[in-house]
Design a protein around this ligand. Structure first.
Ligand code: PMP
Ligand code: GLU
Length: 398
């Protein structure tokens, strides 16, 4: 008897975790694999943040917090949004969750009914499409490519909007492309969005700090769509706190209230110790954590130089986040070591099995001609990984 719900049957496993689990299995079998699969900083949590967590335990922050998070944390988030993004939010507009992942799910659950459409500029982060499906919605992909810097245009956005379109969901800086929308590009998207008041923009800004160029802009800055925007951010990437599970949304009050209602029935407020530590993290001047970004930038330059010499890889220099997303369409349809490569996921598997380097195929990011590498790894690992891939492809590509 099949007991599974239709909801879970239409859902896929998170491809980032599928590939990282494969690497883990190979390592357990004694194979020397370099994992460039999961996107998570390889730094430890900074000591000041750890100390705040120890203090929280000593001070007995051991009871339920308010469902949307401690007021002091929401005040710190409001302060951060003003300081870094020039955005005005009241604590009543903020909901703190178990990671940005839950923040996005809350917002989707609050606005999506069966059959509603959510626009996803592709490539998108793997979980977006699955989250939309989970909520009964339909994802509408807006394709982009290497040639357009993986970004959509305002015209492309407008032509995809129908009366069923409820939201557009995107990350800028983007996981997986490593690009981001400029002020002017966001302004032109905002102009279109303002014409369709039924639309909510879910703007995932979790890679905001990991940026090697100018400061990024939040689309919520455009006054005409402030009331239509949900800003998503969190502690995972900027403070190397992936396992601490703190993310947040900043929205119009009606939407924040809906997120609180959903979260109050699902998980309650997130972990209190991690919330207390997040207050310290957010109140600290971001320059204190700059050393991580500087290290990522150095690794980015190293990988760019090495990856650009791999035959058949079309590589853009990422401006932000910690991913490379090369176009590998050159290999699709070829036979490598006796295996026909039908798509990017099969190519990623070929790289894993033959070069012993883990990466993630582009299919679940909506870009079947690309593969994703996280460069949140040591310089030695990155050098060795690029060497292995290059040698493997030189050996098998005839
Ligand atoms: N958005 C993007 C674009 C991401 O890459 C991630 C990766 N973890 C998340 C959201 C979720 O982050 P978390 O749940 O760890 O806060
Ligand atoms: N966001 C990271 C990634 O894209 C972590 C894994 C996940 O949450 O899917 O690899």
């Amino acid at each position: 008897m099949d007991k599974l719900s239709a909801r879970v049957k239409r859902l896929g496993f998170s491809q980032t975790f599928v590939m990282s689990n494969k690497v883990r299995e190979m390592k357990a079998n004694g194979i020397d694999v370099i994992s460039l699969t999961l996107g998570e900083p390889d730094f430890d949590v900074p000591d000041t943040i750890k100390k705040a967590a120890f203090d929280a335990i000593t001070e007995n922050y051991s009871h339920y917090s308010p469902v949307p998070g401690f007021l002091e944390l929401r005040e710190a988030i409001a302060h951060k949004l003003k300081r870094d993004n020039n955005l005005d939010y009241k604590p009543t507009q903020i909901c703190v969750s178990n990671g940005a992942k839950q923040s996005i799910i809350n917002v989707l659950a609050a606005i999506i009914d069966d059959g509603d459409e959510v626009l996803l500029p592709a490539p998108y982060w793997v979980s977006y499409d699955e989250m939309v499906k989970m909520m009964g919605g339909t994802s509408v992909m807006l394709p982009t490519s290497y040639v357009t810097d993986f970004k959509i245009t305002a015209e492309q956005l407008e032509s995809a909007i129908t009366e069923r379109t409820k939201a557009i969901l995107f990350s800028s800086p983007c996981n997986p492309s490593g690009g981001y929308y400029t002020y002017d590009e966001l302004k032109s998207l905002a102009k279109v969005i303002a014409k369709y008041p039924q639309l909510t923009v879910i703007s995932d800004e979790i890679y905001e700090y990991i940026n090697y160029e100018t400061k990024t802009t939040s689309i919520a800055q455009f006054a005409e769509i402030y009331e239509q925007t949900a800003v998503i951010n969190g502690m995972s990437k900027a403070f190397a706190m992936t396992g601490w599970r703190i993310g947040y949304s900043a929205c119009p009050e009606w939407l924040a209230k809906a997120c609180e209602k959903i979260q109050g029935q699902m998980t309650s407020g997130p972990n209190t110790v991690a919330q207390r530590a997040s207050i310290t993290a957010l109140k600290t001047d971001p320059s204190e954590f700059r050393y991580m970004i500087d290290a990522f930038e150095k690794r980015r330059d190293l990988v760019y130089e090495l990856m650009s010499t791999i035959p058949g890889f079309k590589v853009l220099l990422p401006k932000a986040a910690f991913y490379f997303f090369p176009d590998i369409s050159y290999y699709i349809g070829k036979t490598l070591n006796g295996k026909l490569i039908a798509n990017a996921d099969e190519f990623a598997m070929f790289i894993l099995e033959n070069a012993h380097v883990g990466c993630v195929g582009g299919l679940s990011f909506g870009s079947p001609e690309c593969i994703r590498f996280s460069y949140a790894a040591s310089e030695d690992e990155l050098k060795e990984a690029m060497k292995r891939i290059k040698e493997t492809l030189e050996k098998y590509n005839h």
